[in-house]
Design a binder for this molecule. Structure first.
Ligand code: UD1
Ligand code: UDP
Length: 384
């Protein structure tokens, strides 16, 4: 069986490590994985660092599309992916998540009838102004095998008309939907031990013995809106009077802080003792930070979940989330970009950390389950 895996943005590269590892360990004689990097993310610390650190095979192709408007970026990817699919003739294309690289893979593959496997299917924010919401809806509805990380994702697909009995031969008109748990849970469990052996970010950032809040920020509606960006930065500066705040900065956020905020505020932000601003860190460093933080504050999908995996409270800098389960348990709270709400919720969690983290992301073996289903479906279809 041959699969083409599309990676491009940081979280996809990390997710892909979960499947590649199990292919390498258990399916090396049966599955050939061809990896295509779209080049959506290209800085060393947004891309290559993960390939090196997480043992992902070097991509077979890199389309080097780089940054551009959604239309231009996606169009370049579609063109490149179509060419590769026609040459490679895979049995499946594997798409992760909801980025423009996911969308491009879905459009290219569905037009030439390459079956799509969508990993992290079914998630919805019910907010179509998010570029990711459009990407995930399109990808789900072009897919043939859909793997949902949570029950909420599974139920969303059922509501959208997907049959979930998985009867009959599968094809794009009769897709199969499986609830299997989250591949990022697999990764976090696996790499958590590796992280302790290989990196020491607490030492590197002079955080040993210090309580700290870990923050990430990159959603376009936060970074590109001056009022929202300013409100979140003000909250960070206020919070830093009470605790250390660590902020590994996405390149988009660094650019927009410099572009949109007053110069004196930017100077204060970058020169406040209790605010540690760094370039993006590696995944091993990130999970080490998550494990040791008192609290996580983020607008990232991945980081929200990881805070839950490591039993940390999470302040979500968004009006809604696809990961509804973590809010329902009380371990995470939606605060949007509201400065007062951010501060109140942080203080509340710092004083009374939640203790209830029921298992909602599977058993840490989602990748094994997905590969079993993929090979089973492929064998059912292929005559002896
Ligand atoms: C993208 C995804 C988003 C995901 C995020 C993960 C889409 C529509 N968005 O958002 O869903 O959560 O990745 O991080 O696909 N840049 C660099 N170097 C890089 C990459 C980006 O400097 O290596 C800067 C460029 O100025 C670029 C900007 O970041 O214009 C935004 O990059 P882009 O990939 O378009 O979107 P993200 O905000 O990263
Ligand atoms: N991450 C990382 N280094 C960082 C910030 C994030 O390794 O400096 C990891 C994080 O642990 C998670 C993933 O990147 O696994 C999340 O990606 P991101 O926040 O960029 O995108 P999203 O999940 O929101 O799509």
């Amino acid at each position: 069986m041959k699969i083409v895996t599309i990676i491009g943005a940081r979280p996809q590269i990390i997710k892909a490590a979960g499947l590649s590892r199990i292919i390498h360990e258990h399916y090396a004689d049966r599955i050939r994985e061809v990896i295509v990097h779209t080049g959506q993310h290209y800085d060393e610390n947004m891309s290559q660092v993960f390939i090196n650190e997480l043992g992902i095979p070097q991509p077979d192709y890199n389309l080097h599309v780089g940054s551009a408007s959604h239309g231009i970026q996606t169009a370049r990817m579609i063109e490149g992916i179509e060419r590769i699919l026609l040459d490679e003739k895979p049995d499946y294309i594997v798409l992760y998540g909801d980025t423009n690289s996911t969308l491009a893979g879905a459009v290219a593959a569905s037009k030439i009838q390459v079956p799509i496997v969508h990993i992290e299917a079914g998630l919805r924010s019910f907010n179509k102004s998010m570029p990711e919401e459009i990407n995930r809806i399109v990808c789900d509805h072009c897919s043939t095998l859909l793997f949902t990380p949570t029950l909420a994702g599974f139920e969303n697909l059922a509501r959208e008309g997907f049959k979930t009995d998985n009867d009959g031969p599968y094809n794009i008109d009769n897709p199969k939907v499986f609830h299997c748990g989250d591949i990022m849970y697999d990764n976090s469990l696996y790499f958590s031990t590796v992280a302790d052996q290989k990196v020491d970010v607490l030492k590197r950032l002079d955080l040993e013995g210090k309580p700290f809040v870990l923050t990430t920020l990159h959603r376009n509606n936060n970074t590109d809106d001056k009022l929202r960006l300013n409100s979140i930065v003000e909250a960070v500066m206020e919070l830093s009077k009470e605790t250390v705040v660590v902020l590994p900065l996405h390149p988009r956020t660094r650019k927009m802080i410099n572009q949109l905020l007053d110069e004196d505020k930017v100077v204060r932000l970058f020169h406040t003792d209790n605010i540690i601003i760094t370039d993006p860190v590696s995944f091993l460093e990130m999970i080490q930070l998550e494990k040791h933080a008192s609290l996580v504050m983020t607008d990232s999908g991945g980081v929200q979940k990881e805070s839950y995996f490591f039993k940390k409270p999470c302040v979500i800098l968004r009006p809604e989330t696809e990961w509804v389960e973590i809010v329902k348990t009380g371990a995470a709270t939606l605060v949007d970009a509201d400065q007062d709400k951010i501060l109140q919720t942080c203080r509340h969690y710092l004083q009374q950390p939640p203790v209830n983290f029921p298992e909602v992301f599977g058993d840490g073996h989602a990748a094994e389950f997905m590969l079993e289903q993929m090979t089973q479906c492929h064998n059912d279809k292929t005559p002896d």
